[in-house]
Design a protein around this ligand. Structure first.
Ligand code: HAM
Length: 415
């Protein structure tokens, strides 16, 4: 049996847990609470929120079976819509509701380096936060998490401003007029022109890029009010020392955004260079059918992509030190019960123990203890058992001594 394409087995979670642990600590300083929402959600939630013409909804959803009645359910492709759903379903009154969550997301994309079909996101949301200052705090929070929390420096922040619904409507008109004036259009642009016009900027091939290099940009078409907000956003970011690159072609792949959008990218990641992204989504609650407008902002970081960046610097990270391991070796079957009891006693006092019950020679058990990185080996033979003793071998110095069983804990002194 092979694992499903685009999924991964994690056999060492040290770095993964380091990220989550650091995120928890970092987000606590910003008064965030951790939540968890289900992996299964109604398909309709994402159809409404992300947009039916987005790649995620039109091509990449794992719709698994019908739920109650004819309701379709799916494996969540992202967490923002679900967080908004949870906000309403649970009648949350707190505003802003500062919450983060992490877990598996599912998108049926073509797998490649940094792109999986099951992947993990750390998701950060401010639900009910209309102030532009929150946009700045949200971006600064992520920037400082990457730079201080994870000690990364090889990334850049791309920033754009999508303006209001009216700004975008006006801009769509200008963009369409620009495209209509072209003698020929690449097919990919023709296809998106009718369904998801702004996403033409995501098209990577050189024909499209060359043509779009001269296209009008949204930030040039902002209304005076939106333009003032865009200027203020930049001033405030500079104020808190966050550097950014203005990317007028950054449109994001999901439909719910307005105003601020951003992506953190790293050249070290290759083609899939976004390690995280987000933006403001003031209209999402209403798109989901709620009558209240709940202006919000948030972002998600791709954990697999953070892992790719951290892996090469593993040695420089303050990863939690594993506790010293003590290996307990019964010389023969008759000493196995004593080893069992001894190991339980030591564990009860916080010592990390591994006992060997599979038989074999002391030599082979010692070899395994060494391989597993044991700091001490505790060897119990017939004579030791009879005289209430154990042999303690220091695996670093190689020295050995016999101690009384009741003194073993003090002797190990590793708790
Ligand atoms: P997104 O840009 O679709 O945004 O995903 C955020 C991050 O998840 C990406 O930048 C990337 O690092 C990671 N990611 C996405 N797809 C994959 C994949 N197939 N394999 C590995 N990593 C992937 C959202 O999901 C929004 N919900 C973010 C947000 C939160 N906006 C507002 N609040």
């Amino acid at each position: 049996m092979q694992r499903v394409r685009g999924t991964q087995d994690f056999l060492d979670l040290t770095l993964f847990n380091f990220i989550i642990d650091r995120a928890r600590r970092h987000l606590q300083r910003y008064a965030f609470r951790e939540i968890a929402t289900p992996i299964l959600e109604p398909t309709e939630l994402f159809k409404r929120s992300l947009g039916i013409f987005t790649d995620v909804v039109s091509k990449e959803m794992y719709t698994i079976c019908a739920g109650e009645g004819d309701e379709q359910i799916c494996l969540r492709p992202e967490a923002t819509a679900a967080t908004m759903r949870a906000f309403f379903n649970n009648n949350v009154e707190e505003r802003p509701w500062r919450v983060f969550s992490w877990g598996s997301m599912f998108r049926h994309e073509r797998p490649q380096k940094g792109r999986y079909r099951q992947f993990h996101q750390l998701n950060i949301e401010y639900i009910g936060a209309p102030s532009l200052f929150t946009d700045v705090e949200c971006i600064a929070l992520i920037d400082s998490f990457l730079s201080q929390g994870l000690m990364l420096d090889n990334y850049a922040l791309h920033l754009n401003f999508l303006g209001s619904l009216e700004d975008r409507e006006r801009y769509r008109g200008e963009l369409r007029a620009f495209l209509d004036a072209q003698p020929v259009l690449p097919k990919a642009i023709v296809d998106r022109k009718e369904t998801n016009l702004l996403r033409i900027f995501d098209l990577k091939d050189s024909d499209c890029q060359a043509l779009l290099a001269n296209a009008p940009t949204l930030i040039d078409s902002l209304s005076p009010e939106s333009h003032a907000e865009w200027e203020q956003l930049q001033t405030l970011l500079a104020h808190v020392g966050v550097s950014f690159v203005i990317n007028p072609r950054l449109v994001r792949g999901l439909d719910y955004y307005n105003k601020t959008v951003f992506e953190f990218v790293s050249m070290a990641l290759g083609a899939q260079n976004a390690l995280g992204g987000g933006g403001r989504y003031d209209y999402l609650s209403q798109t989901l059918g709620e009558s209240d407008m709940v202006p919000s902002i948030g972002a998600a970081l791709g954990i697999e992509r953070l892992l790719l960046l951290l892996e090469s610097r593993r040695d420089t990270l303050p990863l939690p030190r594993e506790k010293a391991l003590v290996a307990l070796l019964p010389v023969a079957e008759a000493q196995q019960p004593l080893v069992l009891v001894c190991a339980q006693f030591l564990r009860h006092h916080g010592v990390c123990c591994e006992s060997f019950f599979d038989g074999g020679s002391v030599k082979s058990m010692m070899r395994r203890a060494n391989k597993h990185g044991a700091r001490f080996a505790v060897i119990i033979g017939e004579e030791e058992q009879r005289e209430n003793l154990v042999v303690v071998k220091d695996m670093v110095t190689g020295s050995e001594k016999k101690v009384r069983q009741e003194q073993l804990l003090d002797e190990l002194n590793v708790t």
